[in-house]
Design a binder for this molecule. Structure first.
Ligand code: BGP
Length: 458
């Protein structure tokens, strides 16, 4: 069957500043944490060892062109642009981002720019990070500066990438700095992130820029083990906490009432100011980026909660390992292609069918050099992964979902947080030592698909 996509469908990939650029001046939480606990990072490889986009941006954009990208998302590093988070703007950073943006536009590749992709300037973390409302204001100023500097040539802005991840990693499950386990503080961080998002949207609207502004959320559909009411309720709470805690404010301009009631009943609500509600209502977006990697499967708990244990989302559900699920063993994530369709249908039916696109989807694989044939990685598994997801996305579009494109994670293999270079995701293989770039089979497949705006599959 031929899967053809609508005209002007967005074909591209995503990356982020910290994971690719290297050669940074301003310190982030990642640099600070790595200097103190290198053991937290796979093989002790830290955020300095990147794919050197800061040096190779021009030739890398040529490679994007070779992949037939019509759009590409990366982020601006707040710490590079404003090293202490709140003070002087670094002119070298302005030059660098100007060059990248101009070159992308010149090559016919529309730049999609994220303002925050997990990389908090250390100076901002030192005053409390997202727990401190002063950091919310510093972020709003940073966003405004970016709009003023680049808003004439960047027409697609994203306030945050996966804002729930720093909440989970930094304040619940200990896989990001500052390694806190405290639900109330996590809720405060999440809440202040929503306020920061809304302030950036407000500034963007006030500036009457020509483009649009959105956010990128990792939406993880919550599937209950069964239709038993207790399992269904468990899935509902997981959905409230991990999806709707951001999805509802940015699309509906308010939090789900049952999430607020639940947190209130356990005395976990962050401190709110009366004017916050108006601000959140003004944070409604123009375009939603959806990162989809895996579903979440849950069941009701079958043991009682220890009331002395720290309050956690898992007080309300257990994770469920569905027998026979298809796994990506390298990352430990389930592969469930229909999830992409379920997300789109949920947005169509319950959120007014917003303009959206898949902003990340991907498959991280370890030791990919084992798949080298005639000097090239033959990643047939990745081609299958992409085409199966695209088939479900196509079905969503044919049923009226407003999905405008598909971006893959990622362009060139890059440094991936605590996993460093363990799992490779790129269309292009990176030799970390020599910095040599070699296109994989999936890169060729994607280039052809983008060019034809379609692909064939049984
Ligand atoms: C997303 C992030 C990316 C990227 C990707 C792969 O959550 O937006 O920055 O890293 O996941 O995941 P990981 O690096 O954890 O394997």
């Amino acid at each position: 069957m031929k899967y053809a996509f609508p005209d002007n469908f967005l074909w591209g990939s995503a990356s982020s500043a910290l994971q690719t650029e290297g050669a940074r001046e301003g310190e982030t939480t990642w640099d600070y944490w790595f200097a103190r606990e290198p053991n937290r990072f796979h093989n002790g490889v830290g955020p300095q060892q990147t794919s050197t986009f800061y040096q190779h941006w021009k030739t890398d954009i040529q490679l994007l062109k070779q992949l037939n990208h019509n759009s590409f998302r990366t982020s601006i590093s707040w710490a590079r642009l404003i090293p202490d988070g709140i003070g002087e703007v670094n002119p070298d950073a302005v030059d660098f981002y100007n060059q990248v943006i101009d070159e992308l536009n010149e090559q016919g590749i529309t730049p999609f720019i994220t303002l925050f992709h997990f990389d908090m300037p250390m100076a901002m973390q030192e005053i409390g990070g997202w727990e401190n409302r002063d950091v919310v204001d510093a972020y709003a100023r940073y966003a405004q500066i970016c709009f003023e500097l680049f808003g004439d040539r960047v027409l697609h802005w994203f306030t945050f990438n996966e804002p729930i991840v720093p909440v989970e990693g930094g304040y619940l499950y200990d896989f990001h700095y500052p390694n806190v386990v405290d639900f109330r503080r996590a809720a405060t961080v999440a809440y202040h992130t929503v306020l920061a998002h809304a302030k950036a949207v407000q500034a963007y609207r006030a500036g009457h820029y020509a483009g649009e502004i959105g956010i990128v959320l990792n939406l993880t559909p919550s599937y209950p083990r069964s239709q038993n009411p207790a399992d269904v309720k468990a899935a509902h709470v997981a959905d409230l906490m991990f999806n709707r805690s951001f999805l509802d404010p940015v699309l509906r301009g308010e939090y789900p009432a049952d999430l607020v009631a639940l947190l209130k009943s356990y005395d976990q609500l962050p401190a709110c100011k009366p004017e916050d509600g108006f601000l959140i209502a003004e944070g409604k977006i123009d375009l939603l980026g959806i990162n989809y990697y895996q579903p979440r499967r849950v069941k009701c708990r079958d043991s009682a909660v220890n009331p002395q244990a720290p309050f956690m989302p898992e007080w309300f559900f257990d994770n469920y390992e569905m027998p026979g699920r298809k796994m990506n063993p390298h990352r430990g994530w389930e592969i469930y292609e229909p999830g992409i369709y379920d997300i789109l249908i949920n947005l169509r039916d319950n959120y007014g069918n917003p303009r959206c696109f898949i902003s990340e989807n991907g498959m991280g694989v370890e030791n990919e050099q084992h798949f080298i044939e005639n000097g090239q990685i033959n990643d047939q598994y990745r081609i299958e992964f992409i085409s199966e997801h695209l088939a479900w996305l196509h079905k969503g579009i044919s049923e009226g979902c407003n999905c405008l494109g598909y971006h893959m994670w990622t362009f060139i293999d890059n440094w991936s947080w605590c996993n460093a270079y363990k799992n490779r995701y790129g269309f292009i293989q990176l030799d970390v030592e020599t910095q040599q770039r070699t296109i994989k089979k999936s890169g060729e497949w994607f280039a052809a698909t983008a060019l034809n705006n379609s692909f064939d599959k049984e």
